[in-house]
Design a protein around this ligand. Structure first.
Ligand code: SF4
Length: 362
């Protein structure tokens, strides 16, 4: 699809029966070879305090909750990273609630360590990771200003922010009514600024949070527009909403298997130049069908930490993923948190800082 219109994308997302089989075959023809990739990582949730309150969230905790992590101390972070190094992991995935340092307890904990804000602390931890281990940082700090992205580019191999959806309508629904950071224009701006700064970038869509099929088409086209302009998107995660007891959306239904197959296939058709990721821990019994629909990446797989964002969904181990991929005739291959195209002579100078290039030995 050279210049897909909204009508084209919508018609594919509304495909029925035999047309879905054709759609899957067309998406499969767009993949590069027979390789399905994953990244061996360690998950570092620096705090689970967040200024937003998304209706589907299972990560955020109230500051008074005895299970809240106000701030992971440097010693604990580095202990996990050093252990991950011993296990041969190459990605240090830093994540935390958005603008967590707006909370006075988080701010006090950061200041006690001698940092002015969360991003200074994150920069320090990323630098330590690069200085002490073979891991490469990949940070997901929420919406950021251009200057903040530039600051973090120095010590990150790649960065990420889920677009989730371009639907402003959801800002008035249970999904996002208490989440100022989920305004689509703010998220688009962050992804666009990452493009201007040439930061290899991961984004994605959250499917089943109340968006219409038309809004899914608009979201995909928005990412396509950004990728056409800046070429910095390395992967798109297609994540399915999962209802869980205790969350505000616990009684909402998750997207159907057919909806997810179509999303996966249409994403690959629109983005032959980008990895399409299915999170295997959220799709334990359906990952195979998504690989047949064009998905070609399984994201981060950790031998030592759980998925703190989806604690009820343990990661399958590597043998299980190998079994799933080889059964379909694919090969499972490890990748770095930055995709191979950005390691080329042409692109690495622009897209990777000197510190990261030195670490990868480019
Ligand atoms: S932004 Fe993320 S951590 Fe914060 S409430 Fe929403 S889903 Fe939870």
């Amino acid at each position: 699809m050279s210049k897909p219109s909204k009508k084209d994308v919508l018609s594919l997302l509304n495909a029925k029966c035999d047309d879905i089989i054709h759609l899957m075959a067309a998406a499969n023809s767009k993949r590069c070879g027979k390789t399905i990739t994953y990244s061996k990582n360690v998950f570092l949730p620096l705090t689970n305090i967040c200024r937003n309150e998304c209706g589907y969230c299972t990560f955020k905790k109230d500051v008074n909750d005895p299970n809240a992590t106000i701030l992971m101390e440097p010693h604990d972070v580095m202990k996990n990273i050093t252990l991950a190094d011993k296990y041969g992991c190459r990605e240090a995935l830093f994540t935390f609630g958005e603008h967590a340092d707006e909370d006075s307890s988080v701010k006090a904990a950061i200041e006690r360590l001698g940092f002015g804000n969360m991003l200074e602390y994150l920069h320090f931890l990323c630098s330590e990771t690069l200085n002490q281990t073979d891991l490469l940082p990949h940070s997901n700090p929420g919406i950021l200003k251009k200057s903040e992205l530039k600051f973090l580019k120095e010590v990150n191999a790649s960065m990420g922010l889920m677009l989730e959806t371009t639907s402003s309508r959801l800002m008035k629904t249970i999904a996002h009514e208490k989440s100022p950071g989920k305004k689509p224009e703010l998220r688009i701006k962050t992804i666009e600024n990452a493009g201007k700064l040439k930061i290899p970038f991961t984004t994605g869509l959250l499917i089943g949070i109340g968006e219409t099929v038309e809004e899914r088409a608009e979201s995909l086209l928005e990412i396509r527009k950004l990728q056409n302009r800046y070429g910095h998107i390395q992967e798109i995660i297609i994540q399915n909403f999962k209802p869980k007891p205790g969350i505000p959306m616990e009684n909402y239904r998750e997207p159907s298997l057919v909806e997810m197959i179509k999303m996966m296939a249409v994403t690959k058709l629109l983005f032959p130049d980008v990895g399409v990721q299915v999170p295997p821990n959220l799709n334990r019994y359906t990952t195979s069908i998504f690989l047949m629909a064009g998905a070609d990446d399984l994201g981060g797989v950790s031998p030592i930490t759980q998925d703190y964002v989806n604690p009820d969904a343990p990661w399958p181990d590597l043998d299980e993923l190998k079994g799933i991929t080889e059964e379909l005739g694919f090969e499972l291959a490890e990748r770095l948190p930055v995709y191979p195209k950005f390691l080329s002579e042409d692109l690495s100078e622009e897209f990777l800082s000197e510190k990261i290039r030195e670490k990868i030995d480019l």
